[in-house]
Design a protein around this ligand. Structure first.
Ligand SMILES: Cc1cc2nc3c(=O)[nH]c(=O)nc-3n(C[C@H](O)[C@H](O)[C@H](O)COP(=O)(O)O)c2cc1C
Length: 305
């Protein structure tokens, strides 16, 4: 039997069977995509941001298309952590899906409560702290752009969970390396980079903003060069692994992120246009590694120059 390339990667103490995950908020709770392909074949899925209580999110419209991307201001609509643990997680667990729970809160205390709650559940591989959502009035950016505040959330969660903690970086931080280093010192196991960046679109017929929330987070291909630059900077600023996110739609995109220093990647907006995007990216990375006779882990941080 001819064996395929070694696609396993280490994200700190967590070994993933391949480096391709889906990004929070762009892949539901994973099971929605099961009709398209076996989501357990991915390196993992990041859940929609979970809060303590269910959230309805922002008023419509909540998404609009822009050149080379989209703006969203969903406002973290989600079923709440209890419903997720009760209704979604058991199926994901039974199906062998690697689940990263993305959590969102408006205070350090709520983050701690969420981390404690998720820690009790078997079948969660890691916790991703969303300290960088630009579409909510409270929480979100208030933590992610400030090294002290981001570290405070990280340290407080570290005390109550044994799960690996990934902290999601904001491109809007003045010095994202300082935020990354502060989170590393506070006990983060990895940094996810990046979340969306705030933008605005206006309807020229009505003269109104195209989103109910006025501003929204820009995602998609437009974000990719910024995300790559931040991943590369972070990879040189911290010792913990980086998970690359931002405009990844093809295997070549993913490979660029690995070469820039990411140990794994997340596919986001691309799944809206093509529900099979993450599988396509994974198959393409596997084909690339096979063709070059290289293991996925040996691409990490290997950009020359
Ligand atoms: C509609 C939508 C909803 C999102 N919801 C979340 C969320 O709940 N939590 C989070 O950490 N990031 C969220 N994000 C950010 C993505 O996970 C990702 O960081 C960002 O979109 C950049 O990747 P992309 O260009 O591949 O989409 C959301 C993005 C979009 C487009």
């Amino acid at each position: 039997m001819i064996s395929g390339p070694d696609l396993t990667v280490d994200v700190g103490r967590l070994t993933l069977h391949n480096p391709v995950l889906t990004a929070s908020g762009t892949f539901g709770y994973g099971l929605e995509y099961d009709d398209f392909f076996d989501v357990a074949t991915l390196g993992g899925i990041c859940t929609k941001g979970l809060s303590l209580e269910p959230r309805a999110g922002n008023p419509p419209d909540r998404i609009c298309e822009t050149a080379a991307g989209m703006l969203n201001a969903i406002g973290l609509a989600n079923v709440g952590v209890e419903a997720f643990c009760r209704d979604k997680l058991p199926t994901l667990r039974a199906r062998g899906v690697t689940v990263v729970a993305n959590i969102f809160a408006t205070s350090v205390e709520e983050f701690v409560e969420l981390a404690r709650r998720v820690d009790r559940e078997p079948g969660i591989a890691a916790l991703e702290l969303n300290v960088s959502c630009p579409n909510v009035a409270k929480g979100g950016l208030q933590f992610g752009v400030d090294p002290v505040a981001a570290a405070r959330v990280t340290a407080a969660c570290r005390e109550v969970t044994r799960l690996p903690i990934w902290v999601k970086m904001s491109p809007e931080a003045g010095d994202v390396r300082a935020v990354g280093r502060a989170c590393e010192e506070a006990g983060a196991d990895a940094l996810s980079a990046i979340n969306t960046i705030r933008g605005l679109a206006i309807d020229v017929e009505t003269w109104r903003p195209r989103l109910g929330n006025k501003t929204g987070g820009l995602s998609g291909p437009a974000l990719k060069p910024i995300a790559l630059r931040i991943v590369w900077e972070l990879a040189h600023a911290v010792k913990i692994p980086i998970i690359g996110i931002g405009g990844i739609a093809t295997a070549d995109d993913a490979i660029e992120f690995l070469l820039a220093g990411a140990s794994a990647v997340q596919v986001g907006t691309a799944s809206f246009a093509d529900p099979l995007a993450s599988k396509r990216v994974l198959d393409g990375v596997a084909a690339y590694c096979a063709r070059r006779g290289i293991a996925a882990r040996d691409l990490v941080g290997r950009m020359i120059g």
